[in-house]
Design a protein around this ligand. Structure first.
Ligand code: PLP
Length: 380
């Protein structure tokens, strides 16, 4: 039986209700939501509206209409960055960002946007003061940062930065790819102007789902234009959200699956999920730390950590470690840079990267034992 330890990339397996919901929606309401006035198209549209409402309630988002669905976090991040920034603008970000943020910003920098990158400490922690100092240095339009590192699980001081941004008229955008579903996120209470999240990680939704929220009063330029099922006589893209950013047909069955994922979290309790995942992470951290030749990165499990643990094994490249774990032990872990090269520069593991272990809610302690035994035999 294979052991899946790559939940930071995508959660797997999904709750049973996510599979059954997708199957039943695809069979019973397979019409195009928002594209017809007949009964099953209306039902499909209703399903999308109730998924939007569920997302809004889950994240304490004041208006569900300000949420647009996407296929993943990357699409939402690109839409928000290209939609807000133009030549001459200044954006502050961090060295812990995923390429989903770093690459669009690099591209925008070449188009005349000033990009200021605040370096994290060797534990991957970005200090709020350093971000605020960077913002204060000149007129800044946007701060974009992740909530939690996809390499070592460090939780960043979001509330301190976001409240400063709200008081100083700077747009605050949060990449919640690793925290949505794992950590409490109160969009209104935390002064988040733009929130981007995938549906397929901590929210237990299917792949091909995600969303972004934009606070009322912030208007973005869309970069995908087309049919939205409304105002068809106009050549102008509709001004209102969510349609402004939802050209083309939505993945109705997958988004209904996302709602089932959110309902699952509500019924299990986010605390219970976090406690289980933290217990597994603590177990891994303790046992890995006692194996000779292992180096662990970051501050480790605790209130400032969520999700993945990264390590290297002396004498064995990360890619080789992952290959052997897969081929000899049927254990799936991620190796290398995890799409976040600057994060590895911060923690000192560039360019070889690390072995990343990210247990999820459906992993067991027995699986962690098996994994530790496998690593021990590699170390020996
Ligand atoms: C911090 C972070 N941001 C963005 C992304 C991109 O997410 P997606 O694969 O849904 O586009 C990831 C994916 O691992 C991530 O970890």
């Amino acid at each position: 039986m294979s052991i899946y330890l790559d939940n930071a990339a995508t959660s797997y397996p999904k709750p049973e209700s996510v599979y059954t919901t997708q199957d039943s929606v695809a069979r019973k309401f397979g019409a195009n939501p928002g594209r017809g006035s007949y009964s099953i198209a209306r039902k499909a549209a209703h399903l999308m509206a109730s998924t939007r409402e569920t997302v809004a309630k889950f994240f304490n988002i004041p208006t569900s209409a300000r949420i647009s669905f996407t296929f993943n976090a990357t699409q939402g991040i690109n839409t928000a960055l290209f939609g807000t920034l133009k030549s001459g603008d200044r954006v502050v970000t961090t060295s812990m960002e995923h390429n989903a943020v770093a690459r669009p910003l690099h591209y925008l920098q070449q188009q005349g946007v000033e990009v200021v990158k605040v370096a994290a400490d060797p534990h991957g922690r970005v200090h709020a003061d350093a971000v605020l100092n960077a913002c204060n240095a000149a007129d800044t339009s946007l701060v974009v940062m992740n909530h939690c590192s996809n390499v070592i699980g460090t939780i960043q001081p979001v509330a301190e930065v976001s409240s400063w941004c709200r008081n100083h008229g700077v747009i605050f955008m949060l990449d919640a790819a690793q925290s949505a579903g794992a950590l409490p996120l109160d969009v209104a209470g935390m002064n988040i102007d733009i929130l981007v999240a995938p549906g397929h990680k901590g929210l237990f939704g299917p792949q091909g789902t995600g969303f972004f929220y934009v606070r009322d009063g912030i208007e973005l330029e869309p970069f995908i234009l087309g049919g939205t099922g409304n105002l068809s006589s106009e050549l102008e893209q509709p001004a209102q959200m969510p349609e402004r950013f939802e050209s083309g047909t939505l993945n109705t069955a997958a988004l209904a699956g996302l709602k089932a994922g959110l309902d699952f979290i509500e019924s299990e309790g986010m605390n219970a999920i976090r406690t289980h995942e933290q217990n597994l992470a603590e177990f891994l951290w303790d046992r890995l730390g006692s194996i000779a030749g292992i180096t662990l990165y970051g501050a480790g499990p605790g209130p400032g950590h969520s999700g993945p643990i990264s390590f290297t094994l002396e004498g064995l490249e990360s890619a080789e470690t992952g290959f052997i774990l897969d081929h000899q032990f049927d254990i799936a872990v991620r190796t290398g840079l995890h799409c976040a090269p600057d994060a590895h520069r911060s923690i000192g593991t560039f360019p070889d990267g690390t072995v990343r272990v990210s247990p999820g809610y459906f992993n067991t302690h027995e699986e962690m034992h098996t994994f530790i035994q496998a690593v021990k035999s590699l170390a020996a």
